[in-house]
Design a protein around this ligand. Structure first.
Ligand code: GLU
Length: 453
């Protein structure tokens, strides 16, 4: 059987977005669930578009999400392995040189389409005589190299889609080596999956056509290996607006979601459960996500991804998460909070950024002059008088009731006119956690300052 292994293979040409994060998570959860190894592979053969800063960002974002890898590899460091694989394919007649220019290919495609035919490459290069090839070489034409596809249908039993059959007749022989000598992803990915002993490839349904080609490549390079890999393609999310998720990659990047105060476990639960038969509720630990993980729970219908749903889900998750689950994020933001404080505010935070706001309200020097100016000066004066006479022991039982009674007597206010005004004066907010709890953190001196404005 051998060790089970999966991989997440991002291209470092931009920031990871929620679509990439879902691929990473599904593979990672599968690995934890199955006791498999999880490899991170950086697909950076495209030297022009790949950037070291994105490699760093990928690792930072995955770490934030809680995804850890057993090994990291860079395709740019494995070019000799791809060259060796190309040589092997040449030696068995499955890789052939082509000299058409991009313009010629575009023209051929257009005329085939105009005739109502599928725009499949005509394999003209296969029948070139050696003289013709020599002429091209002498005149400085550098070939690109195509993989000779077998035309029999390719079949595999997809772990999500079920049996898939791909008719090779409608596919062009894919280019595996560009004219500049760079191997393309299709080849590099297969060589790596083979050499790293990947046992299951889990990726988006946008790769289904690649899979058909890659199975043929695997069979050409290692006749028995293809049957040992299983494939699982999942339907991609669509934005509610109908656009593809990748078009919104910037605003849906992990970096921007982190900056907006999305909790990593909230994002993890959302991405692992949306589009599956699981109820869309937050999991409170990674272990719970792992225990619930099952590829067969993934729906075949495309799920709709709506950022507003994610923000609501995040609020829901924060209202449930234990202190330990937010402690690290709070520390990273430079705050030090107690479990009691978290418990007091957690139902009133929509994002991790709100923690800083309540922290400042309870322990900081903020003032709310605008709100105060709107308040009735008589009420303010009575409040001040009352607070100044109170002991600074707001956590004591009965203290709050005592204060409210005093304040009510001296101001003549009760119910909402009293509580709402007090809340606005002391917190600058219209709503929030129970005042009685907030005051135990705030203390008398801060209350007095705020009442005075
Ligand atoms: N670099 C490829 C991508 O990001 C990897 C696809 C795969 O999983 O094979 O789409």
């Amino acid at each position: 059987m051998g060790t089970k292994r999966v991989r997440f293979a991002p291209s470092p040409t931009g920031l990871l977005h929620v679509g990439n994060a879902r691929a990473a998570l599904l593979n990672f959860l599968y690995a934890l669930h199955e006791g498999a190894q999880f490899f991170l592979r950086i697909d950076d053969t495209d030297a022009e578009r790949s950037k070291p800063e994105f490699v760093d960002a990928i690792q930072r974002d995955l770490t934030w999400l809680g995804v850890v890898w057993d090994r990291i590899d860079f395709q740019s460091a494995r070019l000799s392995q791809y060259a060796a694989a190309a040589e092997q394919l040449r030696s068995i007649g499955r890789l052939y040189p082509c000299y058409e220019t991009p313009e010629e290919l575009a023209f051929q495609r257009k005329s085939l389409l105009a005739q109502g035919k599928p725009p499949v490459y005509n394999r003209a290069a296969l029948t070139l005589s050696s003289e013709a090839r020599n002429r091209f070489e002498r005149s400085g034409h550098v070939p690109h190299w195509r993989f000779l596809l077998h035309k029999e249908p390719v079949r595999w039993d997809d772990r999500i889609y079920g049996v898939r059959t791909f008719e090779g007749t409608y596919a062009s022989d894919p280019v595996l080596i560009r004219a500049d000598g760079v191997p393309v992803y299709t080849l590099a990915s297969v060589v790596d999956d083979l050499e790293f002993g990947i046992s299951c490839v889990i990726r988006g349904a946008d790769h289904i056509a690649n899979t058909a080609v890659q199975i043929q490549l695997l069979e050409a390079l290692h006749p028995t290996y293809a049957s040992r890999i299983s494939w699982a393609h999942y339907p991609l999310f669509r934005m509610r607006s109908g656009e593809e998720l990748s078009k919104r990659a910037g605003s849906m990047s992990l970096q921007s979601l982190r900056e907006e105060g999305i909790h990593p476990l909230a994002l993890g639960s959302f991405l692992a459960k949306l589009g599956t038969s699981e109820t869309l509720v937050p999991s409170l630990s990674l272990a719970d996500l792992v225990a619930r993980f099952d590829l067969s729970k993934i729906n075949l219908a495309e799920a709709q991804f709506d950022p507003q749903d994610l923000y609501r889900f995040n609020r829901h998750a924060l209202s449930l998460l234990p202190f330990e689950a937010v402690e690290a994020d709070v520390c990273r933001a430079g705050m030090n909070i107690s479990p009691e404080f978290w418990q007091a505010i957690q139902e009133n935070v929509a994002s991790l950024r709100d923690i800083a706001r309540w922290h400042e309200i309870c322990f900081g020097d903020v003032s709310f002059p605008r709100v105060l100016q709107e308040e009735d000066p008589v009420f303010l004066k009575a409040c001040l008088h009352c607070v100044e006479r109170m002991p600074d022991t707001w956590a004591d039982p009965g203290m709050w009731e005592h204060f409210v009674k005093e304040l009510s007597q001296s101001t003549g206010r009760q119910g909402r006119p009293l509580f709402h005004s007090l809340r606005r004066i002391l917190t600058g907010q219209e709503t929030g956690p129970e005042l009685r709890v907030l005051l135990s953190f705030m203390g008398n001196a801060r209350m007095v300052t705020r009442i005075k404005g």
